[in-house]
Design a protein around this ligand. Sequence first.
Ligand code: HEM
Length: 340
Amino acid sequence: MACSRAMVAIVGLVIAGLLFPAASSSMRPDQLITMTTDGQYHSTHPVVTIADGLTADYHDVSCPDLRGIVRTAVVEALQGDITIAADLLRMFFHDCFPQGCDASILLLGTPWSEMRMPPNLSLDKRRKVAFLMEDIRAKVHKACGPTVSCADIMALATHDAVVASGGKPYHVPLGRLDSSQPAPRRFVEQLPPPTFSIDQLIGAFSSRSLDEKDLVVLSGAHTIGKARCATFSDRFTSADSGDFVRRLQDNCTTDVNRRQDLDVTTPEKFDNKYYINLKEGKGVLTSDVQLLLNESTRAYVNDFADNEWWFWNQFGTSMSKMGMLQGPQGNVGRIRRHCY
Ligand code: HEM
């Protein structure tokens, strides 16, 4: 048994290295943001910044039915498959982080598509999500003409998926343009891997103008969804792992393809149990558990565990902020006539 556990851990670490290259390699020197061996990001130019000029009422005149069309389609899709909510939420993060929220992640058709890059290979329902976004775009453009970007549709759909899972409504600034090209691989590979330490996580988020509170509250997205054993098998190598980690490891030994709930208490509900679990030693990913190892991030974990309303409120604020990330050229692009 001990031997098969070690095998699971080793195989997991190899797979994790392939899936999350930022964990195992330094970034190339031609990048604007570089990561040094201490895991800190050093930015010579702000690559991704918070945009201004987006407003919640951007489409109110040109497309008054927009929100209703998106909400109806998302609710219908989730009735067929609730797991789409988690994939959509994760995809929104993976779209925004590399070069701003420009729906570049939905561009499936090219060999250099972001979906073919390591951090995104595990987005299980990625095609389903891309097809859903295209389906909604077709409905919206039919009703209003080509006035709304796939990026805005994705931001609204993500909001609706959070609300449908039990979260609270938040402000969704609109007016984004779509990218014509996938993000460069070197930016996609800056998505933080699950093996990052707290200092590395703080550094990764601050390279995108996101602070420690944003890091802790956005990690609360792990109140829904699942993770494959390979993404947390680094935890099995620690000699002092407790009962919870041993249980995770036993489950993975029995079934290496297992997908483990990230919130072990209420996996399909968008609530604050993720933080309560963390405090009870039941965090799944290393990056989740690391949130307890810094004074400031630990204080936020405690706040959100103690007060669900505060979590919902701050989650909405940080989602709006992340949703306004834009690349070095600013909010440039076009309204795509096809989302993927
Ligand atoms: C703090 C840094 C983060 C790291 C290191 C991280 C890492 C991961 C990993 C490794 C998984 C499991 C993937 C798999 O097994 O295929 C996952 C799942 C997930 N992540 Fe994160 N994540 C982070 C932040 C975020 C943020 C900011 C969001 C959204 C706001 C998010 C939303 C999700 C969701 C919803 C899932 C479940 C996906 C599903 O069930 O299909 N994560 N994350």
